[in-house]
Design a binder for this molecule. Structure first.
Ligand SMILES: *[C@@H]1O[C@H](CO)[C@@H](O)[C@H](O)[C@H]1NC(C)=O
Ligand SMILES: *[C@@H]1O[C@H](CO)[C@@H](O)[C@H](O)[C@H]1NC(C)=O
Ligand SMILES: *[C@@H]1O[C@H](CO)[C@@H](O)[C@H](O)[C@H]1NC(C)=O
Length: 621
């Protein structure tokens, strides 16, 4: 924005402004309409072409009933997703002025000091800058505007895990360095890449798998409202770029955030206070016992986020408040391995959270680690056409503390058994094994193998899912387990690189988020994902364009797999575009740039001068 335009914003008479506003709005609406029209038909043609050529390719094999121009709900979801993604990309900022302008439009404030350097480095690193990709930062940081900044600085004293920044140097503080995963170190290395461009600050880090902060919905609404009222695009001459230094000798050494550490089997009750009052989950208590069959747990009828049986709104599909059945179908709510949660807003940074949690998101420590378990090293998988038309999953039976009295309710156990042809055949025959799932009605998804009563056999043809460790409680050597071994086999681990030889890579939550999703996206295979966890990248990925979403009950999974096996070219395009996009927007550089911007906002909100801390360089010329 040039200085003249900015002056106009303040100086022009209201009538004048309104006129300009309406003229430009109607012009834009007109333009957008035509652009969308053109794009819609283009996208639509792309899909038709993909479907048509998949038909051509498969017409030699009569077993593939792929039909041209089909009206399958997934075909439409894929089309809509591609359109949505194109729209997002269309909003890319190419200059500092554009970026700062879009910031002001979307955030109602001036950008923080240092925004210009951030933008310059982002450009040097060929980052794709779309303001919407950073929405998460504001969702996480805005509530803290309702707090006194000096109080926020005091609130974080006396914790165990930190990154400190003073005078352009970053270092960490941790306890028990011998026995801990090196996430604090990985995060610190990331922050060091931004030096010396960050102001002084202290970050408290969450190194637990479990998330930490669950503020009641009503209290959060108050904070968010207060923040909105404090927004201001004050005149540029009032701005300052000098952050206030920390007073490390103010005598404050401790603060009690009120961690609740008991009741790991009642986390649902601690969580549901974050749900809006009218959400289905808000008034429903934790289950008194988990030692009952799972089938009574299933929701009745299609979920609102999947009106045609397939996930249409992935955000809603990941939201436990909308799905109280998940209190008995996800390890997080059954029994977490450890728990330390608070109902007061508290600034703590971590790699994931449930949608209602108030932790501040940064990329998970495991994503920053380069070892093969989660990254597959430099391997990005071979060409789609060389891959096996099969599904592979290997992992540990995590998700929480599974015991003889609750294990059949855990999401990973459910997934592994649902992908096990032998077990599914038993279920089809009405056998009396311990089942972690309920087969949906024969005709609800019209999966052919299910209609034919040979779902288990069908799975046997392509599915290979199993635990490498049953994660027993109490622990057993060799990964076996007295209560789950009769139902589940301990399998050899398989390096990621070899998993990439399969077309379908499902991803299921563990104790919290699943760290391999990013690697899966970069593998040229097609990831399928169900989760209740939010991560830093959510605003930059489009479900059905970059991966296939699944419902957390997995009731839709057979139908999703059947669809993609019959629409190989569509699966291929998701796999390839997912990889391409992850290579452009989920690189280490992108994680660094995300955290950099987050820390500029964090440093500002805990600064006593925050009301005037701003980047206005683009306005004053
Ligand atoms: C939950 O309870 C509160 C207070 O009793 C009530 O206002 C609200 O409508 C209830 N919500 C639902 C979804 O039943
Ligand atoms: C998807 O669901 C979320 C959470 O319930 C909601 O806020 C959002 O508006 C929904 N998006 C669409 C496109 O309906
Ligand atoms: C599959 O199910 C059968 C029957 O319950 C079981 O014996 C077998 O160990 C399972 N396989 C895996 C890989 O879990």
């Amino acid at each position: 924005m040039n200085p003249q335009l900015f002056k106009n914003l303040f100086a022009k008479s209201a009538r004048d402004r309104r006129l300009r506003y309406f003229t430009s709005i109607s012009l834009s609406v007109f333009l957008i309409y035509f652009v969308l029209l053109a794009r819609r038909s283009e996208t639509y043609n792309d899909v038709l072409q993909a479907v048509a050529s998949s038909h051509k390719l498969s017409s030699s094999s009569p077993s593939s009933p792929s039909s041209i121009l089909d009206n399958h709900p997934v075909t439409r979801l894929v089309q809509d997703a591609r359109l949505e993604f194109k729209k997002k990309l269309g909003k890319q900022s190419l200059t500092l002025e554009q970026a700062a302008n879009r910031y002001r439009e979307r955030r109602g404030r001036h950008p923080p000091p240092g925004f210009d350097t951030w933008f310059r480095i982002a450009q040097e690193k060929n980052a794709i800058i779309v303001e919407d990709f950073f929405d998460r930062i504001y969702h996480d940081i805005n509530p803290f505007w309702a707090f006194n900044p000096l109080e926020l600085r005091r609130m974080i004293r006396g914790q165990l895990q930190y990154i400190h920044i003073r005078d352009g140097q970053a270092w960490y503080e941790t306890d028990d360095i011998e026995h801990r995963q090196p996430w604090v170190q990985r995060w610190t290395e990331l922050v060091q890449e931004m030096m010396p461009h960050l102001p002084d600050l202290d970050m408290v880090l969450n190194i637990m798998d479990e998330t930490r902060v669950s503020v009641p919905y009503e209290k959060m609404s108050e904070y968010v409202t207060q923040e909105k009222q404090m927004r201001s695009l004050f005149p540029p001459e009032e701005a300052t770029i000098d952050y206030t230094g920390y007073d490390d000798n103010d005598g404050v050494t401790s603060y009690d955030p009120g961690w609740v550490r008991t009741e790991a089997d009642k986390y649902w009750d601690h969580y549901r206070v974050t749900c809006p009052p009218n959400a289905p989950g808000r008034n429903i208590s934790s289950l008194p016992t988990f030692d009952t069959p799972i089938d009574s747990m299933y929701p009745i009828g299609p979920m609102p986020f999947a009106p045609e049986g397939f996930v249409q709104n992935f955000t809603a599909a990941s939201d436990p408040c909308l799905q109280p059945h998940l209190r008995g179908m996800h390890g997080t709510f059954i029994e977490s391995v450890s728990m330390a949660t608070t109902h007061d807003l508290y600034p703590i940074f971590g790699g994931c959270k449930l949608p209602g949690n108030n932790d501040i998101l940064i990329p998970g420590g495991m994503l920053l680690d380069s070892y093969d378990l989660f990254s597959g090293g430099d391997s990005h998988g071979g060409a789609w056409s060389k891959k096996k038309t099969g599904l592979i999953w290997r992992g540990v039976a995590s998700g929480g503390r599974n015991t003889a009295k609750n294990w059949w309710r855990f999401q990973r156990h459910r997934f592994v058994q649902m992908m096990n042809g032998t077990a599914v055949t038993l279920a089809e025959q009405g056998g009396d094994a311990v089942f972690t799932f309920k087969l949906s009605n024969v005709d609800s998804y019209k999966v052919q193998a299910r209609l034919d009563g040979r779902l288990g056999q069908w799975l046997d043809e392509f599915s290979d899912a199993g635990f490498t460790d049953l994660n027993c409680y109490p622990l057993e050597k060799g990964g076996t387990c007295i209560y789950t071994s009769p139902h589940m086999k301990v399998m050899e681990a398989m390096p990621m690189k070899r998993q990439y030889n399969y077309k379908f890579l499902p991803d299921v939550d563990g104790n919290s988020y699943s760290a391999r999703f990013r690697a899966f996206l970069r593998s040229t295979s097609m990831p399928l994902k169900a989760t209740i966890y939010s991560e830093w990248h959510d605003d930059r990925l489009v479900p059905w364009a970059h991966f296939a979403p699944m419902d957390n009950t997995f009731s839709d999974t057979y139908a999703v797999l059947e669809y993609f096996m019959e629409h190989d070219e569509i699966a291929q395009r998701i796999a390839e575009e997912g990889r391409e996009w992850a290579e452009k927007a989920m690189r280490r550089e992108d994680m660094m740039l995300y955290v950099w911007r987050l820390l500029l906002e964090y440093a500002r909100v805990v600064d006593p001068k925050r009301d005037r801390l701003a980047f206005v360089g683009d306005l004053v010329g």
